[in-house]
Every structure is written in structure tokens, then in C-alpha cells.
Design a protein around this ligand. Structure first.
Ligand code: NAI
Ligand code: NAD
Ligand code: ISE
Length: 344
């Protein structure tokens, strides 16, 4: 069955997902769009030649009987209201990260979904679908490096706008590591502490950049994660897992290596859109296929969104206090007992 998608938020990633659903993947069709900036919604319909209704707001879009799935790609603070309304209407939801900007907001979504009695929501934590992370997880799960002891991760963006402030290093950027690292090592988080190194001259008054997060898991794995969003040279994601018997690395994004003019070189990407392009394709194809085959999505759940939000709240508190802050989760409901692990 072809799923009718209604898109809320036609900005950068909204358009990327519209393009992949319309032109690359199979099983979905964009039937409706909305954006608080109505001009943006109309332009998107024209840009991609969509046969889609432009609605004035998310409520009207959700009410359209042709909309089976609500694709939430508005900015983070708007996600919760749209997701709750869509779930209450019994619609499937694919929501970009963060699911909601607070743990309480995620919990309201969890409760609304449990009330419907079936899984409706998938969160856009696409790294779980990246072939590099999947291979790294398989190596760890097979015991190739023994028990993991430490993780070193790096999340660098070339630059950000003036609207990006200290807290966004957590809720917008680190949130990807928050989701993927505990999944990678099959553990839960216990505490976090943040250190601010010397600030880059390319930052602004409201942004500490770079930032270093030390996150500890229940089994004692210590993870050092650097977020540096004005690194200038490229979009660079690194991950290294140090185990008792060896070290495993996230593969580099492939790039041709040249030897020329006394230099050995390869390119580094500048834009997040390309680094995880394949992972975005796979996550949304998998979302559509599992709805069609099993009646519910099998990717990262609302509970994963909640875990990320609780962890993010502790990270933001640690930014403010400079102290080690506890990460304390509610007990996982039976409804979410199956971990969102890919079938490989
Ligand atoms: P953007 O700013 O380019 O686009 C957001 C759009 O949403 C704008 O057009 C804005 O007018 C619209 N919007 C905001 N509030 C709205 C509301 N209440 N109703 C309707 N439209 C609304 O932002 P971008 O970069 O596309 O990010 C959107 C979301 O995608 C964010 O949650 C972000 O965290 C996530 N994202 C995820 C990425 C990933 O790798 N998974 C990468 C980039 C963004
Ligand atoms: P963007 O600013 O380019 O687009 C957001 C759009 O949402 C804008 O057009 C804005 O007008 C619209 N919008 C905001 N509030 C709205 C509302 N209440 N109703 C309807 N439309 C609304 O942002 P973006 O870069 O596309 O990011 C959007 C979301 O995607 C964010 O949550 C972001 O975190 C996430 N994101 C995820 C990844 C990823 O790698 N998974 C990458 C980029 C962005
Ligand atoms: C953006 O929203 C993303 O999700 C990107 O993956 C991340 O690298 C960037 O820092 C965020 O702003």
C-alpha cells in the first residue's frame, strides 16, 4: 500500500525527506504539506512538482483522511504538539530528532502512544541505520574487541548560525551520540560531566564552543565526546571503541585518496546532508516497509526519544553546574520492551 505523507516543516531536512520519498524510495507519496512559513510550503510543492494540499497548520493536515503518516520536520520546540495530535488521531509519525525538547514532553508522547495500543512513532535517529555504525556494532556484539571499556567520539560541524547557543550543542548536535552510543555498547547511561575548553574565536557570545562531555554508563564504560560546531574544516564524525582485546573504529566516509604535488590527500564533507545520506534513505524505507509488513514501525521508538531527552536534560544541567550530574530513567514500560535494533 502506498502511504500518504503529510509533512510539517518544509525547511532543510523536510525538503530532503520529501525529495527522497518522492524520487528515490518506494511506498510513499507526499499528499500534504504545511509550514508556519506558508510561502516555504507553497514553494516546496512547486520545487518538487508535488500533487499535495498546502494546509494552514498541522491540525488541518492531520485531519486529512489521505494522510497516513505525519512527517515532523519543523524545528525541535514544535515537535511535541504535532506528534501528540497525530498520535491521538491514530496516524503514524516519523519525527526528526529531538522527539520533544524535554523529558516530560517525550513522556506525554509515550503515554499518548500507549493509549493507542500500538507503536505509531519512529524518531529520526538515522545513525542506527548507517552501514558504518551497524558494522561497528556487529564487531562489538561478536566480541571482537572484548568488553568495551572506553569510547572516544567527535561531532564537528564547519560552522553554525548566531541562533545556535550553548544548550543546542546538546539538544541539536550531541543528541545523535546520546542515541547511538548506548545502543552501540548495549548499556544505559549513569552520569555526565561537561568541560569547556578555551573558546574558538569563531564562536559568539552565547555559544561555548568546543565542549567536552564525559558520560559514564551503568557498567562503567567512560565515553569522551567532543562537540565542536565551528571547526571550519568540515563535517566530521568519529567514533572509536576501546575494548579489553582491541579497538574498533567507525569507518571514515569514503573519499578518493590522491597523491599529487607532494601531497597525500582526500576530501572531507562540509555538509551533514551528505554524510548520512544512505542512512536517511534506509531509515525511511524501513519505516514504510515495516508499517506495510507488520502494521508498525520497527526503528527508534518514542522510548528512545525519551531516553535521549532525559540524557540531554542531564547534559544541559551539567553544562550549567560544571558538576557530575546523574542520568535517571523511569522504568521501561513492557510496551517498549523490544529494543529498536535493526534486523541485519
Ligand atoms: P529548518 O529550520 O531548515 O526547517 C524547519 C522548518 O520548520 C522551517 O521551514 C520552519 O518554518 C518550519 N516550522 C517550524 N515550526 C513549525 C511549526 N510549528 N509548524 C510548521 N512548520 C514549522 O530546520 P531543519 O534543519 O530542516 O531541521 C528540522 C528538524 O530536523 C529539526 O528537528 C532538526 O533537529 C532535524 N534535523 C535532523 C537531522 C538529522 O540528521 N536527522 C539533520 C538536520 C535536521
Ligand atoms: P529548518 O529550519 O531548515 O526547517 C524547519 C522548518 O520548520 C522551517 O521551514 C520552519 O518554518 C518550519 N516550522 C517551524 N515550526 C513549525 C511549526 N510549528 N509548524 C510548521 N512548520 C514549522 O530546520 P532543519 O535543519 O530542516 O531541521 C528540522 C528538524 O530536523 C530539526 O528538528 C532538526 O533537529 C532535525 N534535523 C535532523 C538532522 C539529522 O541528521 N537527523 C539533520 C538536520 C536537522
Ligand atoms: C543538525 O540538526 C543535525 O542533526 C546534524 O546531524 C548535526 O550535525 C548538526 O549539528 C545539527 O544542527
Amino acid at each position: 500500500m502506498t502511504l500518504g505523507f503529510g509533512v510539517v516543516g518544509t525547511g532543510a531536512i523536510g525538503r530532503e525527506h520529501i525529495n527522497r520519498i518522492s524520487n528515490k524510495l518506494s511506498g510513499g507519496k507526499i499528499v500534504a504539506v504545511t509550514d508556519v512559513n506558508q510561502e516555504s510550503a507553497k514553494q516546496t510543492v512547486e520545487q518538487y512538482g508535488l500533487d499535495a494540499v498546502v494546509y494552514p497548520d498541522d491540525k488541518a493536515l492531520i485531519a486529512d483522511p489521505n494522510v497516513d503518516v505525519v512527517l515532523v520536520t519543523s524545528w525541535g520546540p514544535a515537535h511535541e504538539a504535532t506528534v501528540v495530535a497525530a498520535v491521538e488521531a491514530g496516524k503514524y509519525v516519523f519525527c526528526e530528532k529531538p522527539l520533544a525538547t524535554t523529558a516530560e514532553g517525550c513522556m506525554r508522547i509515550v503515554q499518548a502512544e500507549m493509549k493507542q495500543g500500538k507503536k505509531l512513532v519512529q524518531v529520526g535517529f538515522m545513525r542506527r541505520y548507517d552501514t558504518g555504525y551497524v558494522a561497528l556494532k556487529q564487531a562489538i556484539d561478536k566480541g571482537e574487541i572484548g568488553q568495551p571499556l572506553m569510547v572516544r567520539a567527535v561531532h564537528r560541524n564547519p560552522e553554525v548560525s548566531e541562533a545556535y547557543v550553548t544548550e543546542m550543542a546538546v539538544v541539536d548536535t550531541l543528541i545523535h551520540e546520546i542515541d547511538v552510543l548506548h545502543w552501540l555498547v548495549n548499556d544505559d547511561y549513569k552520569s555526565v560531566q561537561v568541560v569547556f575548553p578555551r573558546k574558538t574565536k569563531y564562536s559568539h557570545g552565547k555559544l561555548q564552543d568546543p565542549q567536552l562531555f564525559t558520560i559514564e554508563t551503568n557498567s562503567g564504560i567512560v565515553m569522551n565526546v567532543e562537540v565542536f560546531v565551528n571547526c571550519k574544516y568540515g563535517y566530521d564524525i568519529q567514533c572509536e571503541v576501546i575494548g579489553e582485546d582491541g579497538v574498533a573504529y567507525l569507518p571514515e566516509f569514503p573519499s578518493v585518496v590522491t597523491r599529487k604535488d607532494a601531497k597525500l590527500s582526500s576530501n572531507i564533507l562540509m555538509d551533514w546532508k551528505y554524510r548520512f545520506m544512505d542512512a536517511y534513505d534506509i531509515e525511511i524505507q524501513d519505516f514504510m516497509d515495516s508499517i506495510n509488513k507488520k502494521g508498525e514501525p520497527q526503528g527508534p521508538t518514542s522510548w528512545d526519544g525519551y531516553i535521549a531527552a532525559v540524557t540531554a536534560d542531564a547534559c544541559v544541567k551539567a553544562q550549567q553546574t560544571g558538576q557530575k550530574e546523574a542520568i535517571t530513567l523511569e522504568e521501561r514500560p513492557v510496551f517498549y520492551s523490544e529494543n529498536a535494533v535493526l534486523e541485519t
